[in-house]
Design a protein around this ligand. Sequence first.
Ligand code: ATP
Ligand code: MG
Length: 560
Amino acid sequence: MLNKDQFADNHFIRTTIEDDLQSGKHTAIQTRFPPEPNGYLHIGHAKSICLNFGLAYVFDGKCNLRFDDTNPEKENQEYVDSIKEDVQWLGFKWDGEPRYASDYFDQLFDYAVGLIKDGKAYVCELTPEEMREYRGTLTEAGKNSPYRDRTPEENLDLFMKMRDGAFPDGSKTLRLKIDMASGNINMRDPVIYRIRRAHHHNTGDKWCIYPMYDYTHAISDAIENITHSLCTLEFEAHRPLYDWVLDNIPIQSHPRQYEFSRLELLYSITSKRKLNQLVSENHVSSWDDPRMPTISGMRRRGYTPEGLRLFAKRVGISKSENIVDMSVLEGAIREELEHSAPRLMAVLNPLKVTLTNFEHGKTQSRTAAFHPNNDSFGEREVPISSTIYIEQDDFAEVPPKGWKRLTLGGEVRLRHGYVIKCDEVVKDENGQIIELKCSIDHDTLGKNPEGRKVKGVIHWVSAEHAVPIKARLYDRLFTVERPDAVRGDDGEYLPFTDFINPQSIQEITAFAEPVVRDLPAESHWQFERMGYFVTDRYDHKMGETPVFNRTVTLKDSWQK
Ligand code: ATP
Ligand code: MG
């Protein structure tokens, strides 16, 4: 459930909006989230979604979902569908129907015709190489295109022919006539239309010319009466163009653009293009592989919408660098699951323990709450039998200093059960420990043992009752903080795929309490002492071996 405290506060965009509402500049705000449907959304988009939808929510305004679909070769319906699903899953609702920049292609075309008639746009025939050459550099002014002074009539005729398919792809462009000497390269007669015979997921083969991003974006915002157009900092230098376009076409609305810094997550990648490469080169199984920083991958991993919103709030909104360690994300997820996930016991690396004095009728099972601080999760019986499994790590024959768990001759409490003492260690011919023989202190169920303190508590399952489960243990996908910024000896960037963590997934069979038998998919649990787990969205099927993904460990176990 959303509530107004869940969103970043005290940032400059929020105070600007407060001022605009207070001064009466706007009576209500309208924001938008404008993804290009050329891939699945990632954690950076989650930040932008929480900002745009969050502000609309906090100020009782509206937020549109608009697909910025001006590059038909790279875009498709699968991406459109996944984006809608992700936004909804994060807890947000867009205003009305989803919008598409392609819905405005006719209007965009008409405005371009108007600009041509006003002498503010011209058809140019420079090749891409020539265009680069004419553009100048950061320190040198550009040169006017030889086609710049065509008459409006000539331009109009050529532009209509461009639309009607009279010219080959890439042979002509429509450019704004602004200023080739501008200190801002974006203002040096930017291209606003190009010829591209590509099938569009929405408009099919209707168009062979497509408008460029900056032109499209500004006008789409204005058509939708956006009040605050929020984007990442790399668009700061595009703002003069955004304003120029809206100042030079006959449209009432003039949204204001504000820029904030992009989120970068260490040990991760936030670029759709690179994520696409991970999928297409089969480094991961799919866009929603639980190791992916995509919203759908994180969902499958067991991250929750509430946890991701908490993360977005914590990283905040500003104009300064926003490089965030993975531990901040994992911390937010963990913190949220601590309250929202019921708990049970599962043993991942089982060591057989025979309870030598187990006695039917005398040795009792206990009921235990699913959560120590939340009765609403209910309780279950934790069955015991003469053989149990404990975690291999919870026994040490030669214990280190301060060891609180089990050792030969030592005692430990079984969570929700008795205190046991290890009397004998059984080994195989290779000296591997294969079994422990332990005795129960029957006078310790729900009470402290007489005359001594037993500090350690370990989790366990009854071998007779335990359900085998498939557990997928995930680790970070990359072995270095910035996989896409490592240079080789020659100074060139190394492929980021060189830094994929070969141990990023491990699948094991584990043993869990009987309650796991009847769980639906996407059910979140804490396995006590072992981490948070979720039943896999796709592979977990009722009546079959349960499949759990480890969402995150209980403590930050990652050491640099
Ligand atoms: P990518 O490089 O991954 O393709 P993009 O910016 O091209 O990202 P869009 O689909 O154009 O992706 O982005 C939609 C919105 O999400 C934009 O407003 C964009 O600024 C925002 N956004 C994208 N990446 C991030 C990020 N890392 N942090 C914050 N906002 C982001
Ligand atoms: Mg983009």
